[in-house]
Design a protein around this ligand. Structure first.
Ligand code: UGA
Ligand code: MN
Length: 442
């Protein structure tokens, strides 16, 4: 199939070659292979055909096709040859001139404050040495104009009243990524009917911002604060998410819940919506593979003839149930038969010991996800970074601009902090030039 356009993007450095340079270098280019030529091919036909002289004048050669570039002429007409010398002399001069123009702009040299507003030139869409018009390789692989999505909102919640409730337990803890993680997770859960979200925060106090956030999603939820006991805080490894999951187990016990399904869903995993349909059917304990776990990038049951017979996981460590926390779900009626249900503070062994505490037998396990052949949950991990302190004078963080409210909200979410004296100076710019804060904010 002929492709509309097929040229790979070249690194910026070679994009800077200009037209004159191309002419001057034609002789050299003819010895380059097609690939090198393709990269330098100028995407605008009008310009191309001026430069690329096609010696057999065959129109087919002018239409770029996949893997075939227009050919360069080997002989340069004598009319052109006489232009080459002056052009070659002009090119270095132009390069030096452009260099000084660009560097003085980037460094903000020789511009007064007023220049910020005056010298803005909107891009006119015409190809220049530094830009390429949109002209990319593009194959439409498939598309659908039919909206087949099933929204929970399509039906009143009463339509789902017969479904067992999924109690989705999410341990979470304050850090820069907490609010984005919970927001992403909430947007998955928004599609799931009959779900109660137990958000257990590893924090001493109730976080008011979290209340507002969770209320806004409209998902039935319980927000609880359940900090990791001090004695474990500095242990390595620490029992992450255990105090909070234990608190959720306690809440379930206190509410005497014997109907529904329990699932431990960390705040940073990725959930396929089919997972919820699958776990909702859990009679005792369901199990399924989790993607992106440890050395094999997967952990889950081995299934034969519809029965779980063993486990695939790169870290056995004598665990009877070597599975990830996200790899199983438990029916609350079944769990209620085991009053000693527990999740001990033993890093690495939380899943195993929890499943032992509910008397699990291997032949009771219900394999899900098409007999454990599909991945319905991924153990994705978000890079954890320290919240930055940004130097931005407090006197400017008032109602005169948005920045006051923006940084107040970033602070509440634990994402970033403004300071008068600490951190890298915040860069505020216009038209590519940084200016003193007072320029825009005073
Ligand atoms: C893996 C497992 O997937 C977790 O289920 C298990 O709890 C964890 O190891 C462990 O045993 O340490 P991993 O991605 O390594 O998960 O751990 P995190 O995602 O950092 O933490 C698991 C959950 O606990 C998350 O939902 C996280 O928000 C929460 N957590 C983490 C806390 O509540 N407090 C913390 O100090 C750290
Ligand atoms: Mn995780």
């Amino acid at each position: 199939m002929p492709s509309a356009h097929y040229l790979p993007l070249d690194p910026q450095a070679s994009d800077a070659d200009d037209l004159e340079e191309e002419e001057g270098q034609q002789e050299h280019r003819t010895s380059m292979n097609n690939n090198q030529y393709n990269i330098r091919y100028h995407p605008q036909p009008a310009v191309d055909y001026d430069v690329v002289v096609d010696d057999d004048d065959n129109d087919d050669d002018r239409t770029p096709t996949m893997g075939k570039a227009p050919r360069l002429s080997r002989s340069i007409p004598s009319r052109r040859r006489c232009w080459i010398m002056p052009i070659m002399l002009l090119v270095p001069f132009c390069i030096v001139f452009l260099y000084f123009m660009l560097s003085s702009q980037t460094l903000g040299l020789g511009t007064s404050l007023e220049d910020v507003d005056d010298d803005y030139e909107p891009h006119n869409g015409i190809d220049s040495p530094n830009t390429h018009a949109l002209n990319e390789t593009l194959h439409i692989c498939s598309e659908s104009h039919e909206d087949g999505r099933l929204y929970v909102q399509d039906k009143p919640s009463s339509a789902y009243a017969q479904l067992p409730v999924i109690y989705f337990v999410t341990p979470t803890y304050p850090r820069r990524e907490q609010i984005p993680e919970l927001t992403r997770l909430a947007h998955s859960l928004l599609h799931v009917p009959r779900l109660h979200w137990l958000v257990a925060n590893d924090h001493e106090r109730c976080d008011t911002y979290m209340d507002i956030l969770l209320n806004r999603f409209g998902i039935p939820f319980t927000h609880m604060a359940s900090p990791m006991p001090h004695k474990f805080r500095n242990s390595k490894p620490a029992p992450r998410g255990v105090a909070n999951r234990r608190a959720a187990l306690q809440w379930i016990r206190q509410h005497n819940l014997t109907n529904g399904v329990l699932y431990f869903g960390d705040d940073d995993n990725t959930y396929d919506l089919r997972l919820f349909t699958e776990i909702r059917q859990t009679q005792r304990v369901s199990m399924f593979p989790v993607g992106l776990i440890a050395d094999y990038a997967v952990s889950g049951p081995v299934v034969r003839d519809g029965k779980v017979v063993a486990f695939l996981d790169s870290w056995v460590a004598a665990r009877r149930w070597p599975v990830d926390m996200a790899g199983f779900a438990v029916n609350l009626g079944y769990m209620s038969l085991y009053p000693n249900v527990n999740m001990p503070y033993k890093p690495g062994y939380e899943e195993d010991l929890f499943l032992r505490s509910i008397g699990l037998h291997i032949d009771q396990i219900e394999p899900r996800g098409n007999n454990c052949t599909e991945i319905l949950v991924w153990h994705t991990q978000t890079k954890n970074k320290k919240s930055p302190v940004v130097r931005l004078e407090k006197k400017y963080l008032d109602g005169r601009s948005n920045l006051g409210a923006l940084f107040r909200s970033l602070k509440v979410m634990g994402v970033a902090f403004a300071s008068d004296t600490e951190g890298p100076l915040a860069t505020i710019s216009k038209n590519g030039k940084g200016k003193p804060h007072s320029y825009f904010l005073s």
